[in-house]
Design a protein around this ligand. Structure first.
Ligand code: AMP
Length: 376
């Protein structure tokens, strides 16, 4: 039975970053109250929340307190304490459960589940120790990428290895956790599909985004992705298979590589709204954040529609000051800043979304500002 949470009731969010903030803003439009657990009082979500619990994410008493003040609990990132979340599922309403977090916070589990769902992944091996890596690495061949099973993001916790002579560069990764080694995928493009599902099994994919990274950090998402229709179909099919296999409730972002022959390979999963879906706030009839709230509150989902092609550009710490100087010259740019106090280099501070009928022209316009160029 799907439990329905209604406006006036309180949604508790574990994590107070920008994803929590945008979820919270979507929920507050409908009259929900927001409680947030974050170590920082003035976090992006804390700034818009009704109730703030200031404590580490894995603080058992704080998690229980969040459970007490909330009618439903969700989370904005996957690196939360699994045991703490599992305990919360026993004492509070956590429709997403804890299993999805257990799987997606560990690349070894994640790869196994993607494979079990019948979706394609790069050839890989798992290694508990550096010695095991040395024994098995020939099975994946070179070049390959060694990644820590736990805790990596935005390219951290991974090393590319071009030949057996370089294997020592992966040794220090084992100080953090077990690892996987996967074949390097010579991709043409990276795309992502965000799929959202409620407890009744109703699910929808958002339009597929094409993602351009700089220094392993998402720079731009272009929607619709500039790929053949057959790629869009494969991408959605894979996302649906994985969501069904995991009995998803909430949001799952599926990141994938597109190969020269138009086949896809799944890279990784994120069990939450995703940076590549921010464009939906302006460009769709339902944003990823509104749909996420509907899913966890047990509401029927809305079939997504894209109003216009769009580009989202991330605003990192070094982009904030120059962006403020020029943004008023661009009436079509929707600017989002997340309220983070310190504009540290490479820190995600906000994003800009531009809806346009001429993607190529706007891509050139964005680069011509110089703000996002390496030399700036
Ligand atoms: P990840 O942290 O797994 O998302 O990896 C970060 C980025 O590294 C990806 O967005 C890709 O650009 C690149 N990458 C990761 N895995 C592979 C792979 N097997 N082959 C080629 N590039 C990869």
């Amino acid at each position: 039975m799907m439990k329905t949470i209604l406006p006036g009731q309180t949604i508790g969010i574990i994590g107070g970053g920008q994803l929590g903030r945008m979820m919270g803003l979507a929920a507050k439009e409908a009259g929900f109250k927001i409680a947030v657990l974050d170590p920082v009082m003035d976090s992006p979500c804390g700034q818009i929340a009704d109730i703030r619990i200031v404590a580490p994410y894995n603080d058992a008493a704080a998690l229980e307190e969040l459970g007490e003040v909330s009618d439903v609990i969700t989370y904005e990132f996957e690196n939360i304490d699994y045991e703490g979340l599992k305990h919360l599922t026993e004492i509070a309403h956590v429709p997403q459960g804890a299993e999805l977090v257990r799987i997606t916070q560990n690349r070894i589990n994640e790869k196994a589940e993607i494979t079990a769902a019948g979706a394609p992944v790069a050839k890989y091996i798992t290694a508990q120790t550096y010695e095991e890596l040395k024994e098995k690495i020939a099975d994946v061949g070179f070049p390959c990428i060694v990644k820590t099973a736990f805790g990596g993001y935005d390219g951290k916790g991974q090393v590319k290895i071009d030949s057996i002579e370089e294997i020592h560069t992966a040794e220090s990764l084992f100080e953090h956790s077990a690892c996987i080694a996967e074949a390097f995928v010579p991709f043409e493009k990276e795309v992502s599909v965000i799929i959202q599902r409620n407890a009744a099994g109703e699910s929808y994919c958002l339009p597929v985004a094409e993602n351009i990274h700089k220094d392993h950090i998402l720079h731009e998402s272009i929607v619709p992705a500039r790929v053949h229709a057959s790629v869009l179909a494969q991408a959605e099919e894979a996302a649906m298979k994985i969501a069904d296999h995991l009995q998803l409730v909430g949001t799952l972002a599926v990141e994938m590589f597109v190969l020269e022959d138009d086949k896809i390979v799944i890279n990784e999963l994120a069990p939450r709204p995703h940076n590549s879906g921010h464009y939906t706030i302006e460009a769709c009839n339902i944003s990823q954040f509104h749909q996420h709230i509907r899913a966890v509150c047990g509401w029927p989902l809305r079939k997504p529609r894209l109003w216009a092609p769009s580009i989202m550009v991330n605003v990192l710490g070094e982009h904030v000051a120059p962006l403020k100087k020029i943004v008023t010259n661009y009436p079509d740019w929707s600017i989002h800043l997340y309220g983070k106090a310190e504009a540290k280099i490479k820190r995600k501070m906000g994003h800009v979304t531009i809806m346009t009928d001429d993607i190529e022209k706007v891509l050139v316009e964005i680069e011509s500002t110089g703000i996002w160029s390496e030399e700036y």
